[in-house]
Design a protein around this ligand. Structure first.
Ligand code: ADP
Length: 495
């Protein structure tokens, strides 16, 4: 009997392979970084060959560290950085250009223009704001700038894929050109209502349909790997975008269930079930992972989350490690009226002010570094709470629990304050690698390695939960202070 499921977690700065057992426990983890390529300010690229080779390096390491033979692995699930675009030659397999990474701003001006003329149409079809972030304009850029690329694409010689698609194509020796609904929903070319590539958008972005992968449920048959790569031939049974992978890893599979990832920025997703909710608050509508027809989620992000802690450490040098922020925040009863709005790069949902910048207000003679550090941690929770409130207004229900992961979710002060400000329970699962876990669950459910969701729920025992303890009056007072601080930071508070 096979003992493990392998999750390949292809992220923005590193590739990892994590092996999970039947109880959903992590057995081993291999990791390999790769080059970040910055050809010009604001441009970000990865070499697709690096993505593949680092992934295979992490594979070998995970098997070695776990003392696992490839024959003991049942199936592979892939989770990946979303939106990043790769275009390659169908016959030689050679990429015609580096992967253009989601962070890359090279097509920002064109997208701002399109937002004005076609923003509504694009939102209605894709659930997305027209932005350089998504794949469509990146593909168009490659076709416009690489000599002969457009003609070759139109002749059916070039293929496009997000990173999942590229890895699957490589692993299967070029036999499978496919992606899943969650990744397709981030390309800005996929109609999330009809669940098809959208011909009008393909025309608008001038992307030939013949380059596009077929789209499958996240848990599905994605072919088998070549033994040259994985030791023996193994089935690939899942592909999923990282954030939707995490949502599934948290088992947020019903409407109203939500997760937040506290990384450099914060990524919130709330499952809205079979309903594609139109946001009145600037949130995105996106597809969720499943073994059949996908459901929908609302997505919102906070640009500066854990990064505010990095800033305190690296730029201000008021703390020597991220962990120290927890001790300092706990060392004072409150911030003494200090509020920190870390709008270093503007503010996203629900404010959408790209021009505003950071502010610290309410400073008195008695303010010290503990108050500033505490205010910085509190700002992460306030921003997350603002996005959660938008989601609650959009779906007209209130969340009872927020599932959390990511580096800064290790901070107990932050988690308690988050529960207090939300007035909801905040739970961090025992397995912190929820993105990889989601890919493993999807692959394992597809292959039959895991029986059903009930079994996975039993596996999920051991979460650390924080219950709200703050009085309603204090919560209201704190939120008033935050609102007032926001008003000072925003470029045009009357908006
Ligand atoms: P990413 O995937 O975006 O690189 P991670 O999930 O690895 O992010 O989390 C890293 C971020 O979390 C950093 O911004 C760091 O400052 C923050 N962080 C890590 N540990 C803590 C902690 N104990 N308290 C607060 N922030 C933390």
């Amino acid at each position: 009997m096979k003992k493990y499921i392998a999750a390949m977690d292809q992220g923005t700065t590193s590739s990892r392979t994590i092996l999970f057992d039947r109880r959903g426990r992590m057995v081993s983890c291999g990791q390999a970084g790769f080059r970040q390529i910055y050809p010009q300010p604001g441009w970000v690229e990865h070499d697709p060959e690096d993505l593949f080779s680092s992934q295979m390096k992490s594979w070998e390491e995970a098997l070695r560290l776990g003392g696992v033979r490839p024959e003991e692995i049942e199936a592979i699930g892939i989770a990946n950085q979303r939106e990043t675009a790769v275009v390659w030659d169908k016959f030689t397999g050679k990429p015609v250009y580096n992967a253009i990474v989601w962070q890359c701003r090279r097509t920002a001006a064109q997208c701002e223009q399109l937002q004005k003329t076609h923003g509504r149409q694009i939102y209605e079809r894709t659930g997305l704001r027209t932005d350089a972030y998504f794949s469509a304009s990146k593909i168009a850029w490659i076709l416009d700038h690489v000599p002969f690329a457009r003609t070759r694409a139109e002749n059916g010689e070039l293929l496009f894929g997000t990173v999942d698609t590229y890895l699957i194509w490589r692993l299967t020796g070029g036999r499978v050109h496919a992606t899943d609904y969650t990744n397709a929903s981030r390309t800005m070319l996929f109609n999330v209502h009809t669940l098809c590539w959208d011909d009008d958008l393909l025309r608008l972005f001038r992307v030939p349909r013949c380059m596009l992968p077929k789209v499958l449920p996240s848990g599905s048959d994605y072919g088998v790997t070549l033994p040259a790569f994985t030791g023996v031939s193994l089935p690939v049974c899942a592909a999923v975008g990282d954030q939707q992978g995490a949502l599934f890893g948290h088992l947020c599979v019903r409407a109203g269930e939500a997760k937040n990832t506290y990384g450099t920025g914060c990524f919130l997703l709330m499952n809205t079930g079979s309903e594609a909710v139109e946001s009145k608050n600037g949130l995105l509508t996106t597809l969720t992972a499943s073994l059949t027809k996908p459901g929908y989620a609302l997505e919102g992000s906070v640009f500066i989350g854990g990064a505010v802690v990095q800033w305190l450490r690296d730029e201000m040098k008021v703390i020597s490690s991220a962990q120290e922020s927890e001790t300092l925040a706990f060392s004072v009863p409150d911030t003494g009226g200090v509020y920190f709005v870390p709008a270093f790069v503007g503010l996203g949902a629900p404010h959408w002010d790209s021009g505003c910048r950071g502010t610290i207000c309410g400073i008195t003679r008695g303010t010290g570094r503990a108050q500033i550090v505490r205010a910085a941690l509190e700002s992460i929770a306030y921003q997350v709470s603002d996005v959660v409130r938008c989601m609650e207004r959009d779906v007209r229900l209130s969340i009872e629990k927020l599932s959390v992961d990511g580096g800064a979710s290790a901070n107990r002060f932050l988690m308690q304050f988050q529960a207090d400000i939300l007035g909801a329970e905040v739970c961090r699962p025992a397995v912190s690698e929820t993105t990889a876990l989601g890919a493993a669950y999807l692959a394992g459910l597809t292959s039959g390695f895991y029986r059903d969701l009930e079994q996975l729920k039993e596996n999920a025992a051991g979460a650390e939960c924080y219950r709200p303890e703050m009085s309603d009056a204090l919560r209201a007072e704190n939120l008033r202070g935050w609102e007032s601080a926001l008003g000072r930071a925003l470029f045009s508070p009357e908006k």
